[in-house]
Design a protein around this ligand. Structure first.
Ligand code: HEM
Ligand code: HEM
Length: 183
């Protein structure tokens, strides 16, 4: 199996990035919703900073993923897939990229407009050149509190589509993002 994509399957790098980011996003949804239920206070602030630190890791992986995607060919849709399914797969993938990036940027801006540098665990923090501004803070916070819902809905459609392709259409779509298919 090669590290690069081929015309029929994803390479090792794309697979590793897909699955690390998928785990990262489930983890961020869990951490984000957990802190939402906590009472205001130092524990909630710490939980938010932990969530934000993991999010910085996911943001870095997403940047790598987009760069890698442009440096590689993209496997073609499997043969025999109806046009509307090709089109919806492309749209859902694009929607996932957009929703993930909007959520990441909104999270980072929520923190930065609060006058706080982006935390990375207790190791270091990253100041953004953004002024403290409570209107902007509320704006980005509302975006962040909204966009995870369409993101989660897109992930659900995406997972169901992957299972449908594997178990109903019995094609290689799931295999080529996991164990691989013979080149
Ligand atoms: C794809 C990436 C991300 C996901 C899926 C995600 C998910 C969530 C969720 C579900 C919440 C709870 C929202 C609610 O209370 O209704 C939340 C809150 C929060 N997130 Fe994220 N987040 C992501 C990225 C980030 C980033 C990059 C940062 C900062 C660097 C961040 C900082 C925060 C903060 C400070 C809160 C608490 C404030 C608030 O409720 O809006 N998040 N996140
Ligand atoms: C938060 C979680 C996830 C996100 C954001 C996500 C995102 C994506 C994106 C954007 C693609 C298109 C390939 C690319 O451009 O890199 C893709 C492909 C794929 N994903 Fe996911 N994914 C997630 C979780 C999952 C899960 C849990 C499954 C398993 C059921 C899955 C199965 C697949 C498969 C099989 C492909 C290959 C599709 C093809 O080759 O046409 N994904 N994913």
């Amino acid at each position: 199996m090669t590290s690069r994509n081929t015309s029929i399957q994803w390479g090792l790098v794309a697979k590793a990035l897909h699955w690390l980011i998928a785990i990262g996003i489930f983890w961020l949804l869990w951490l984000g919703l957990e802190q939402a239920d906590m009472e205001r206070g130092p524990e909630k602030t710490a939980a938010r900073m932990t969530h934000a630190s993991w999010a910085i890791l996911v943001l870095s992986l997403m940047i790598l993923r987009v760069v890698w995607r442009f440096m590689n060919e993209t496997p073609a849709h499997p043969e025999g897939l109806p046009g509307w399914q090709r089109m919806s797969a492309t749209l859902v993938h694009l929607g996932l990229y957009i929703a993930v990036f909007v959520q990441l940027v909104a999270g980072a801006m929520t923190v930065a407009t609060n006058g706080v540098p982006l935390p990375f665990f207790d190791l270091f923090s990253i100041p953004l050149p953004v002024a403290e501004d409570s209107d902007a803070h509320h704006f980005w916070e509302e975006i962040h509190e909204f966009v995870w819902k369409p993101l989660a809905a897109l992930v659900a459609v995406h997972v169901l589509a992957a299972l449908y392709n594997h178990f109903v259409r019995k094609n290689d779509v799931l295999r080529r993002m996991t164990v691989g298919v013979g080149d």
